[in-house]
Design a protein around this ligand. Structure first.
Ligand code: IVH
Length: 595
């Protein structure tokens, strides 16, 4: 099976048409007739029919040799098993796309990133009974080897396919000239989120088979077809609703719930609207048709609104002035910029606001904080809803008998969770302070504070001594941090949390930094994912042993520690600069530790 060349804009299409005309020695002004077909983002399959019977089904495999998936394909209702028509060729290999429609995908979305992965996974099942459980569909669009096909154009072939009982794409068209291709592309791009299936572009095929034959192939793609792809980082969709999410620091973030749309292979259904001011500035409303951008790993966001598509009855969005916990929200005044913040917040209530508390719990178990293995955001959400955890201390008092009886849990998974939680009862003061999620106290400030206090007891009794201003002596801690720390200690709920955690945990005193440690005068940089140890932990291990960490590869770097999937560029520059490259075990050996 061949693949298709890609076009991204009008210029690419004009060039495509020019090249075809040149090849065929036709006047440049000639406008070609195309079969125009939405490009379903599924898995291509080849169905071989002998004397009207479906005998063998292959997946694309490596393009040369397909994988035999006949039995799995036979479970798909859209694939006719026998065709009785005098025009149906004696032998024919019908090509098309196996896919899952967006509605059916809704039920599978916890298991797969997008409909394409779901289709691919179910087609590869060993047992066809497992494939049968997934609502796979098939759309036919082309043919391979055949004997006895008497047609002249692709659009006639598509019509015949339909008559023979195959599903074909209802949006297929016959068009002439690049202008019309562009108009159709724009129209379909706007409709994309409403379609039943995921498409990632439009395929244009020279309609006439004789011309196709003359044009032939280049490398592994036909000269007579091209795929006009949709942008890999932008797409148009509709806002179904605007939800307000409450963050760990009380910020109210509006999130647009959009009709799910595939942007560069990822199904996007949420797009951030940043804050109240952004909604006002762009006048974003429920029901709006918007362009959503997803660039790199950044959260998708609404880029612009197509106001021309707005319905008359559409209403301005009113931003809630209250947090769901009932408290009036505020916009803080920034003394430096002398302006009110764009962000509206539930005033710094911390664990007193149960919405904020839930987000604080996610932070508490996260990688750089308690780093409880397997205790992710989803588990926090679930346990919070079930009232199993409301405050940090609840995490260390979980009722595992109850947990093992929950949906999706069992004895083994509950035991594993108990093990992961118990393993983290011992913690450094620095991580502990960070995990409390005090506003403006990130990893660096938590480290400064822990060095200043030295022990949990001293930290805990800060409120009793009421000497907050002494903290100004810490290089790096300023007024903003002090106000926030004072606010934290002014709440009884936080003092209770500290007392409870004190009973349940072993919070270690600060280790005196060893200026004469084994890593003295050595600098380190980590690239890639390490096993069972976070970047923050590696950093503190290095510093405890008198080493330093740097942020880029240079002549000054002594060791590059590589984990899984290291950044190639870093490894290559390290090699070029003769920097020693070591793995996690080799690093731990330097400290006389093993993983
Ligand atoms: S024709 C010459 N028509 O796109 C290759 N392909 O990048 C024959 N696809 O592997 C492909 N819809 O999985 C063709 N209407 C359509 C298509 C289509 C989706 C997929 C197919 C193919 C890939 C090519």
């Amino acid at each position: 099976m061949l693949s298709l060349a890609n076009a991204f804009d009008e210029k690419d299409l004009v060039n495509f048409e020019k090249k075809i005309n040149n090849f065929l020695n036709i006047n440049d002004e000639h406008h070609i007739e195309y079969s125009v077909e939405p490009k379903i983002d599924g898995i291509s399959a080849s169905l071989i029919y002998e004397k009207g019977k479906f005998v063998t089904g292959l997946s694309r495999g490596d393009g040369k040799e397909g994988e035999d998936i006949t039995l799995n394909l036979k479970t798909i209702n859209d694939i006719p098993k026998t065709i009785k028509d005098k025009d149906f060729p004696d032998t024919i290999d019908i090509r098309g796309e196996v896919y899952i429609n967006n509605f059916d995908f809704e039920k599978l979305k916890d298991k797969f990133a997008n409909p394409r992965n779901a289709a691919s996974g179910s087609l590869r099942q060993k047992n066809p009974e497992d494939t049968k459980k997934i609502p796979l569909r098939f759309i036919a669009y082309s043919f391979g080897h055949q004997k006895g096909l008497k047609l002249e154009t692709q659009t006639d072939f598509l019509e015949k396919l339909h008559m023979w009982g195959f599903k074909t794409n209802p949006l297929n068209k016959k068009l002439i000239g690049v202008n019309n291709l562009i108009k159709n592309y724009d129209k379909i791009e706007k409709k994309r989120a409403d379609l039943e299936f995921d498409i990632d572009g439009i395929v244009y095929k020279i309609n006439n088979f004789q011309l196709q034959k003359r044009l032939g192939n280049v490398a592994n793609a036909p000269r007579w077809a091209i795929a006009h792809k949709f942008s890999a980082n932008k797409a148009i969709s509709e806002i179904k609703d605007i939800e307000i999410q409450i963050g760990r620091t009380g910020a109210l973030t509006p999130v647009a719930k959009i009709k799910p749309i595939n942007i560069g292979g990822v199904l996007v259904s949420n797009a951030t609207l940043h804050n109240e001011d952004e909604i006002l500035r762009k006048d974003i409303r429920v029901g709006d048709i918007v362009t959503v951008e997803r660039a790199g790993d950044v959260i998708p966001h609404v880029l612009s609104v197509d106001v021309s598509k707005r319905k008359n009855k559409s209403k301005k969005f009113t931003f809630p002035k209250k947090c769901p916990c009932g408290y009036e929200t505020i916009k803080e005044f920034n003394k430096v910029t002398k302006k009110f913040d764009a962000v509206r917040r539930c005033p710094d209530r911390g664990f007193e606001c149960d919405r904020i508390a839930k987000e604080k719990l996610k932070h508490f178990v996260s990688k750089e904080a308690f780093n409880i293995d397997g205790f992710g955001k989803k588990i926090v959400e679930n346990f919070w809803k079930l009232n199993l955890i409301k405050l940090p201390q609840d995490i260390f008092k979980l009722d595992y008998d109850k947990i093992q009886k929950l949906d999706g849990w069992g004895k083994l998974s509950a035991e594993n969770l108990r093990y992961s939680v118990d393993e983290k009862r011992q913690i450094s003061l620095e991580r502990f302070i960070y995990s409390l999620g005090i506003r403006h106290i990130g990893l660096e400030n938590a480290k400064l504070l822990s060095r200043y206090f030295g022990s949990f007891l001293k930290f805990k009794t800060l409120s009793k001594k009421n000497n907050y201003n002494d903290l100004l002596n810490i290089d790096g801690i300023g007024e903003t941090q002090i106000i926030s720390i004072k606010n934290f200690f002014s709440k009884n709920i936080n003092l209770t949390i500290l007392n409870e955690l004190d009973k349940l945990l072993d919070i270690q005193n600060v280790k005196v930094i060893n200026n004469n440690g084994v890593l003295r005068d050595k600098s380190f940089l980590v690239t890639g994912k390490l096993n069972n140890i976070s970047r923050a932990e590696v950093k503190s291990l290095i510093e405890e042993n008198s080493g330093t960490t740097v942020s880029s590869v240079s002549k000054k770097l002594d060791y590059l520690i590589t984990g899984e999937k290291p950044t190639k560029r870093k490894v290559e520059s390290a090699k070029a600069l003769n920097v020693k490259i070591i793995n996690q075990d080799e690093f731990l050996k330097m400290l006389n530790k093993t993983s």
